[in-house]
Structures are given as C-alpha cells and as structure tokens.
Design a protein around this ligand. Structure first.
Ligand code: NDP
Ligand code: MG
Length: 386
C-alpha cells in the first residue's frame, strides 16, 4: 500500500491525483493534504479520503476548517510549518508536489530529507533549486519522478535506454492560445483571453505561462535537471495538437516518442505506480484513424520573447533561473490582477534579469532571498508605472 501526501490537493493536479487514488483505493492511501484556502473543496476531500493530517496555509481558513470538521479526527495545521509537517509526515512514503510556484521549494527539500519519494508537478522548485534537490535525492536514495506531461513522456521514452545514448530531447509545446499571432496583436490581450488554453485545463498561473510560452522555458530547465542533459541538447518544437507529449532522439537517429490524448491523469498515474503500468479507465483513448493531422513548427521566439529569455536564464544557470522564475511569478499575478499588460510580463522579467548579479551556485537561503528581492524589484516597477 502506497501512502501519500498531496501538497496542493485542491488544485488542478491535486484533484486529478485524487481521481487516480479513487480508482486504486486498495493500493493507495491518502495520509496528508495541503491547500492554500479552498476549505470547501478540502473538506469534501477530507471526508472522502480521511487523511490524518491536513494543512491550510491561510491561518484564518485553517481555523474555520477546524470548526467545520470537529466531528472527525483530522489534525489541521497552518502556514509553512504545517505544509512541512504534511510533507514529512512519518506515515507517508510518497509526496505529490502540486503546489504552484516557489513556495514548494522548502517542503520538497524537507520531504526528501525525510526520505520521501517525490512525484513532482511543481516545476518551479526544480527550476530554481535543481542543483540542491537532485544531489539530495541521490544522497537520500529517494526517487523524483516527473508528473509534467512532457517530462513523463521523456521518462517513458528512456526506459531501458542509457541517457548518454540520447542525442537530444525534443520537447513539444502546444504554442498556447496565441500561436501564430504577432507582438502587435498581443498588446491588448486580457486575462480572460489568456486563460483559455486550447488543449489543457490547468491552474491559472500555468495557463498564463503557456500563453506566454514561459512554461516551455521552465520545462527546458526542468528537463536539464531531471535528465542531466546539457541545455543545448533540448529542442523546443511546437506541436499544436498536443498528441506527441515529447520525444527522445538517440545517437543512431532513432526517435522514441510517447503519445496520448492530453490528460494529466496518465502521467500522474505513471509516476505513482512506476515502474508498473496500470489500467486507465478514466478518459478517452487516442484513435489514430480519427486523427486528422499532426503538425510541427519552430517556436516564434521573437513574439514569445519570454521563451528566449528563459532559455538564456537556463544557459547562464546559477541564480538566474530563480530571477527569471520569481519575476515571472510576480508579473503573472499582476497581469491576473489587471495591473499590467500581457506583453509586460516578458519585459519585466528582462529588466529583473538585467538588474541581477549572478551567483553561480546559490544556497537555499540565497535562492529565497533573491526570490524576495526579485518580487520587490518587479513590484517597484509596477508601482511606479515605468
Ligand atoms: P492550481 O493553481 O490549480 O493549484 C495550486 C494548488 O496549490 C491548490 O491546491 C492551492 O490551494 C495550493 N496552494 C497555492 N499556494 C499555496 C500556499 N501558499 N500554501 C498551500 N497551498 C497552496 O495549480 P496547478 O495544479 O495547475 O499546478 C500545480 C503545479 O503543477 C504548478 O507548478 C504547475 O506548473 C504544475 N503543472 C500543472 C499542470 C496542470 O495540468 N495543471 C501540468 C504540468 C505541471 P487553494 O486551492 O486553496 O488555492
Ligand atoms: Mg508540461
């Protein structure tokens, strides 16, 4: 019996993880759940899955939840300490990291230190602290398996192979809702426009990241850490149908791809049960005869300037991915608040990167400090309206 904690259980990945747990009740037990403030959904999840510990980051909401579930023996914690308590709970063996953003760094590190295997959705954690997390996993002898669909595809395509025989990774991208548009038509994009993804239904932050293609830059950096390949061996390829989830080209020219309909429950289930495959009863299956076409194109790095910036942040390495990621997190939140325009997102990231003095191998404290400095830097520009 696998015993899991889900950090971010009320989000898109969290809810779909619970869909998989529901299908495999005899093999997986939920021991701990974490949310920010959505206590209504969290209460439903608690009553259905009966974890022994939960955390609601927001103190006020945690207090309310304690009242609402007085009738059941579930401990409710709050704040970062509460998240870490769930991530390190001694009754679990596996932690699904589905928080959004850099808030996931500390709990992920603590979970690994406590010997938990990680099923990782929270890519921002690896982008910023991959140089700390990957060696720590090795030291602690724990696995860190990808949930991100592209990385799951690559992971599936390297089974039985040696990564040193890989010539390159071909990381596919849908291109988002604005594929084919030019900069001039993107100026007036509203949050409502950007929140409509053509193929995937996801949380707000990653949906905006997909619209700017910054998600793909984060995924390039995520792949570098997961598969230990130089960034130059990772090619981004736009594939609007999102059927091929990524591919690996080997030294002999052979290419192995993983295909399927866009449904995150497959990579989630694969990570939870690896190395076994389980029957998937949920969702539809790919019907090749019904597929009209699979098309491919180069990404437009001029219009989607954030992708180019992210790849350069990845090449610079050290603390630059933290600056790129933190600037993006803050800018996306301000775009969603209606305080800045869509094209301001890459512009602000660019300014933050220009302003930063690179540290080659930042410690955890330095990463968290740079994160806050970057938030302040972006907020300062947004406030002053420059
Ligand atoms: P959502 O916004 O849908 O969910 C985020 C979850 O994290 C919610 O449960 C939210 O709680 C919780 N949360 C946010 N902030 C805090 C906090 N400070 N303390 C505690 N809990 C918090 O995000 P997604 O599920 O879309 O994405 C999660 C991660 O997975 C991201 O890193 C994303 O890039 C990655 N990912 C997502 C994919 C997808 O299909 N959605 C695909 C591939 C990767 P509450 O509901 O209470 O706000
Ligand atoms: Mg992805």
């Amino acid at each position: 019996m696998k015993k899991i904690a889900i950090l971010g259980s009320t989000g898109s990945i969290g809810v779909q993880t619970l869909d998989i747990v529901r299908e495999h009740k005899d093999d997986i037990q939920v021991r701990a759940l974490v949310a920010h403030s959505n206590i209504k959904l969290l209460e439903d999840q608690i009553r259905e899955f009966m974890p022994s510990l939960v955390c609601v980051y927001d103190e006020k909401s945690a207090k309310l939840l304690r009242e609402n579930i007085k009738d059941i023996p579930v401990k409710v914690e709050a704040g970062m300490e509460g998240i870490i308590a769930c991530a390190t709970d001694e009754t679990t063996d596996t932690v699904v990291t589905a928080l959004v953003g850099m808030i996931g760094i500390l709990p992920t590190i603590e979970a690994i230190k406590a010997g938990k295997n990680i099923c990782l959705a929270n890519k921002e954690t690896l982008v910023t602290a991959g140089h700390i997390i990957m060696p720590l996993c090795k030291e602690k002898g724990v696995s860190l398996l990808p949930i991100d669909s592209e990385h799951s595809a690559i992971f599936q395509a390297i089974q039985g192979e040696e990564i040193k025989s890989a010539h390159k990774i071909i990381l596919t991208a849908s291109g988002g809702p604005f594929r084919g548009l030019k900069k001039s038509s993107l100026q007036a994009i509203t949050p409502k426009d950007a929140l409509k993804h053509p193929n995937w239904s996801m949380g707000a932050k990653i949906t905006i990241d997909s619209a700017t293609m910054i998600n793909k830059a984060l995924e390039v950096m995520e792949a570098v850490w997961l598969f230990d390949l130089p960034i130059d061996q990772i090619q981004v390829l736009v594939h609007p149908q999102s059927i091929i989830h990524s591919m690996v080209e080997y030294v002999d020219g052979s290419i192995i791809a993983q295909l399927g309909l866009p449904d995150m429950r497959l990579p989630i289930q694969y990570a939870l049960f690896y190395p076994n495959r389980r029957t998937m009863k949920l969702g539809k299956r790919l019907d090749f005869a019904g597929l009209k076409q699979l098309t491919f194109e180069e990404p437009d790095m001029d219009t989607f300037f954030g992708l180019k910036l992210g790849i350069s942040a990845g090449k610079l390495g050290g603390s630059m991915p933290t600056v790129f990621n933190a600037a993006n997190e803050w800018a996306v939140a301000r775009f969603l608040d209606g305080r800045i325009g869509f094209m301001d997102i890459p512009d602000l990231i660019n300014k933050a990167m220009d302003n930063h003095r690179l540290i080659s191998s930042p410690s955890l404290d330095e990463i968290l400090k740079i994160e806050n400095e970057t938030y302040d830097f972006i907020e300062g520009i947004v406030e002053s309206g420059k």
